[in-house]
Design a protein around this ligand. Structure first.
Ligand SMILES: Cc1cc2nc3c(=O)[nH]c(=O)nc-3n(C[C@H](O)[C@H](O)[C@H](O)COP(=O)(O)OP(=O)(O)OC[C@H]3O[C@@H](n4cnc5c(N)ncnc54)[C@H](O)[C@@H]3O)c2cc1C
Length: 381
């Protein structure tokens, strides 16, 4: 009998296992693939972390805590987890991105600058802002290295006594008043007082009875070599950026870290799928489309296409997360629906999940993430 079973040891589950184990609890972590694998949502070398959160100011207290926790974790890790580059949120003054970032920055007193197009071009010479564009620039924004973050959480969990099993797919689980029973595909059964489900794109199957309206979306990350002036694309000269030019999908990207090329991607794709049916083949048309958008922002950025990788978003209808208790099982906590912007929160989500399981409540505001909100929407008025 374990104190807690964590189902899925990707970004969120590795953090949950670490935080629960840090409380001295007996934790069993179950993962179908290998540590820090590339089959889910937490791979691809880099993730943006930022504070002036355009999505909603309610995320900011969680982000400030996430920064503290990533820093703590990094001090115990053998490899770097975070690189500060600064971050540019670029678009017309009235764009969702600029307005939302400013709102979060102002409501929470975050240090930021509002740059004109001329300021952007002068300070970051690889970029080509359009007339009338502005940018919210925040210095603490930067890059998290997702595989290293997952490894660091797994290492912390193990150091604090967690048992982590890889290559161990879970078939099903059921809960009663006093405990939860998890059945592995191998047929083995494991029991615990609490279950924390962090199954990413597989959550629709593993929490099917919650009827969460999750949609799995295919997203492709691309790496390009600059055509010239490579010195302008390093992390000392080019911040991470998000670009809102009124198109269907925002473009975001990273400087060239460790001469691996500059990485860029569209935020969302409308290509809905399942983990089983995910198309991992990347077409020339997709590469051309991304390059065409990229060179309008980084004119020398669209050289040789070096690599690409496919990843999955698990989207909710409002693109806010799902973190909370199962509506019928008080001993089951679910975390999912991170909608393509969850990685930066893994550290704080792990802490929240441990609190929800063992304290019964969370120390941070998480009302945006209630699993019940979708049910309410469906009720007649
Ligand atoms: C291309 C891309 C770019 C992104 N960029 C950013 C960004 O810049 N900044 C940011 O903050 N976020 C970003 N995100 C979002 C972020 O990466 C995700 O929100 C986050 O990684 C989700 O973590 P997770 O733990 O929910 O999923 P995962 O890391 O996929 O973990 C789920 C785990 O559950 C395991 N599992 C599932 N079913 C079973 C089973 N039956 N038995 C055992 N194990 C199981 C899976 O194998 C997997 O390891 C991006 C996502 C993508 C795809």
């Amino acid at each position: 009998m374990w104190d807690a079973i964590v189902l899925g040891l990707g970004g969120m589950g590795s953090a949950a296992a670490a935080h629960i184990a840090a409380r001295g609890k007996k934790v069993l972590g179950l993962e179908q693939f290998t540590p820090a694998h590339d089959r889910g949502s937490s791979h691809g070398s880099s993730r943006i972390i930022r504070q002036a959160y355009f999505e909603d100011p309610a995320y900011v207290p969680l982000l400030l805590r996430a920064y503290e926790l990533w820093h703590d974790l990094e001090t115990q890790s053998d490899e770097p987890l975070y690189l500060r580059t600064g971050g540019l949120m670029v678009g017309p003054t009235d764009s969702v991105l600029v307005q939302g970032s400013l709102r979060s920055a102002r409501e929470h007193g975050l240090d930021h600058e509002l740059l004109s197009a001329a300021d952007i071009a002068r300070r970051f010479p690889a970029t080509a802002p359009r007339d009338g564009e502005v940018a919210v620039f925040e210095k603490p924004a930067g890059i998290l290295f997702p595989e290293a973050c997952v490894r660091a959480h797994l290492k912390r969990a193990t150091a604090d006594g967690a048992e982590l099993r890889f290559g161990t797919p879970v078939d099903a689980w059921r809960a009663d008043e006093g405990s939860v029973e998890v059945t592995l595909v191998s047929g083995e059964r494991c029991r615990a007082e609490h279950l924390v489900v962090c199954a990413g794109a597989w959550l629709p199957r593993l929490a099917a009875d919650m009827e969460l309206p999750l949609l799995v979306e295919r997203n492709v990350m691309h790496w390009f070599q600059p055509t010239s002036h490579p010195e302008l694309f390093g992390p000392d000269r080019l911040p991470v950026y998000i670009l809102d030019r009124g198109q269907r999908f925002m473009l975001y990207g990273f400087p060239d870290v460790a001469k691996a090329g500059i990485k860029a991607a569209f935020h969302h794709s409308d290509q809905f799928t399942t983990p089983q049916e995910l198309n991992r083949t990347i077409s020339t048309a997709e590469i051309d489309k991304l390059r065409a958008a990229l060179v309008q922002w980084l004119p020398d950025g669209g050289g040789k296409h070096l690599a690409a990788a496919v990843c999955m978003y698990a989207n909710t209808p409002d693109l806010h997360f799902v973190i909370g208790r199962h509506p019928r099982h008080h001993n089951v906590i679910v975390a999912g629906g991170f909608s393509g912007h969850g990685f930066k929160f893994c550290a704080v989500a792990g802490e929240l999940l441990a609190e929800l399981a063992f304290d019964g409540t969370s120390s941070k505001p998480i009302y945006l993430f209630s699993p019940q909100r979708f049910k309410k929407e469906r009720q007649p008025t």
